[in-house]
Design a binder for this molecule. Structure first.
Ligand code: SF4
Length: 114
Protein backbone atom coordinates (compact mmCIF):
# COMPACT_ATOMS: atom_id res chain seq x y z
CA UNK A 1 0.00 0.00 0.00
CA UNK A 2 1.46 3.38 -0.80
CA UNK A 3 1.93 5.96 1.95
CA UNK A 4 -0.56 8.55 0.61
CA UNK A 5 -3.50 6.12 0.80
CA UNK A 6 -2.63 5.23 4.39
CA UNK A 7 -2.68 8.88 5.41
CA UNK A 8 -6.08 9.44 3.82
CA UNK A 9 -7.39 6.46 5.75
CA UNK A 10 -6.17 7.64 9.12
CA UNK A 11 -7.38 11.20 8.54
CA UNK A 12 -10.85 9.98 7.74
CA UNK A 13 -10.97 7.67 10.77
CA UNK A 14 -9.86 10.60 12.91
CA UNK A 15 -12.73 12.61 11.45
CA UNK A 16 -15.18 9.82 12.26
CA UNK A 17 -13.84 9.68 15.80
CA UNK A 18 -14.26 13.44 16.24
CA UNK A 19 -17.82 13.21 14.96
CA UNK A 20 -18.55 10.42 17.42
CA UNK A 21 -17.17 12.55 20.24
CA UNK A 22 -19.32 15.49 19.14
CA UNK A 23 -22.46 13.38 18.84
CA UNK A 24 -21.76 11.68 22.17
CA UNK A 25 -21.23 15.02 23.89
CA UNK A 26 -24.51 16.37 22.53
CA UNK A 27 -26.34 13.27 23.73
CA UNK A 28 -24.80 13.68 27.18
CA UNK A 29 -25.88 17.31 27.39
CA UNK A 30 -29.40 16.41 26.31
CA UNK A 31 -29.42 13.65 28.91
CA UNK A 32 -28.38 15.94 31.77
CA UNK A 33 -30.93 18.57 30.69
CA UNK A 34 -33.63 15.92 30.83
CA UNK A 35 -32.44 14.83 34.27
CA UNK A 36 -32.60 18.38 35.62
CA UNK A 37 -36.29 18.61 34.55
CA UNK A 38 -36.85 22.32 35.15
CA UNK A 39 -40.52 23.13 35.74
CA UNK A 40 -42.43 24.37 32.71
CA UNK A 41 -42.54 28.07 31.98
CA UNK A 42 -45.75 29.95 32.67
CA UNK A 43 -47.75 30.29 29.47
CA UNK A 44 -48.61 34.00 29.08
CA UNK A 45 -51.76 32.89 27.24
CA UNK A 46 -53.05 30.82 30.19
CA UNK A 47 -56.11 32.24 32.01
CA UNK A 48 -54.21 32.88 35.27
CA UNK A 49 -51.35 34.64 33.47
CA UNK A 50 -53.83 36.68 31.46
CA UNK A 51 -55.73 37.75 34.56
CA UNK A 52 -52.49 39.00 36.13
CA UNK A 53 -51.19 40.56 32.93
CA UNK A 54 -48.11 38.30 32.99
CA UNK A 55 -45.70 38.72 30.11
CA UNK A 56 -42.35 37.01 29.60
CA UNK A 57 -40.83 40.35 28.55
CA UNK A 58 -41.46 43.30 30.85
CA UNK A 59 -40.91 45.74 27.97
CA UNK A 60 -44.07 44.37 26.30
CA UNK A 61 -46.46 45.34 29.13
CA UNK A 62 -49.57 47.19 27.99
CA UNK A 63 -48.91 50.66 29.44
CA UNK A 64 -52.57 51.71 29.07
CA UNK A 65 -53.79 48.71 31.04
CA UNK A 66 -51.00 48.88 33.63
CA UNK A 67 -49.97 52.54 33.99
CA UNK A 68 -48.02 51.86 37.20
CA UNK A 69 -45.69 49.45 35.41
CA UNK A 70 -42.12 50.64 34.97
CA UNK A 71 -39.53 49.16 32.62
CA UNK A 72 -37.22 48.51 35.60
CA UNK A 73 -39.80 46.15 37.14
CA UNK A 74 -38.78 42.59 36.33
CA UNK A 75 -39.64 39.22 37.84
CA UNK A 76 -35.95 38.90 38.72
CA UNK A 77 -36.20 41.91 41.09
CA UNK A 78 -39.65 41.06 42.43
CA UNK A 79 -40.14 39.98 46.04
CA UNK A 80 -41.95 36.83 44.89
CA UNK A 81 -39.22 35.65 42.50
CA UNK A 82 -37.50 32.45 43.65
CA UNK A 83 -34.02 32.62 42.22
CA UNK A 84 -31.00 34.85 41.83
CA UNK A 85 -31.43 38.29 40.21
CA UNK A 86 -29.26 37.07 37.32
CA UNK A 87 -31.31 33.90 36.66
CA UNK A 88 -33.05 33.73 33.28
CA UNK A 89 -36.01 32.03 34.95
CA UNK A 90 -37.15 31.15 38.43
CA UNK A 91 -40.09 30.18 40.56
CA UNK A 92 -42.87 32.48 41.70
CA UNK A 93 -45.38 32.03 44.53
CA UNK A 94 -48.16 33.28 42.26
CA UNK A 95 -47.54 30.46 39.76
CA UNK A 96 -46.71 27.37 41.86
CA UNK A 97 -44.93 24.57 40.03
CA UNK A 98 -44.04 26.81 37.10
CA UNK A 99 -41.23 29.13 36.18
CA UNK A 100 -41.44 32.76 35.21
CA UNK A 101 -38.97 34.57 33.00
CA UNK A 102 -36.41 36.70 34.84
CA UNK A 103 -37.31 39.52 32.44
CA UNK A 104 -41.03 38.90 32.88
CA UNK A 105 -43.61 40.90 34.82
CA UNK A 106 -47.11 40.66 36.20
CA UNK A 107 -49.46 43.03 37.99
CA UNK A 108 -48.69 41.35 41.35
CA UNK A 109 -45.15 42.73 41.14
CA UNK A 110 -43.66 43.81 44.48
CA UNK A 111 -40.23 45.39 44.50
CA UNK A 112 -37.71 43.18 46.29
CA UNK A 113 -36.67 44.74 49.60
CA UNK A 114 -33.09 45.83 49.92
S1 SF4 B 1 -45.33 38.09 41.17
FE1 SF4 B 1 -43.33 38.95 40.65
S2 SF4 B 1 -42.09 37.18 40.10
FE2 SF4 B 1 -44.20 36.51 40.05
S3 SF4 B 1 -44.82 36.78 37.91
FE3 SF4 B 1 -45.43 38.64 39.00
S4 SF4 B 1 -43.68 40.03 38.73
FE4 SF4 B 1 -42.96 37.99 38.21
Amino acid sequence: MDQSKKNVGSASSRRVFMMQVAVGGTALMAGSAALAQAPAMVDPASPQAQSLGYVADSSKVDAKKYPKHAATQLCSNCQLFVGKPTDAAGGCGIFPGKQVAGKGWCSAYVKKAG
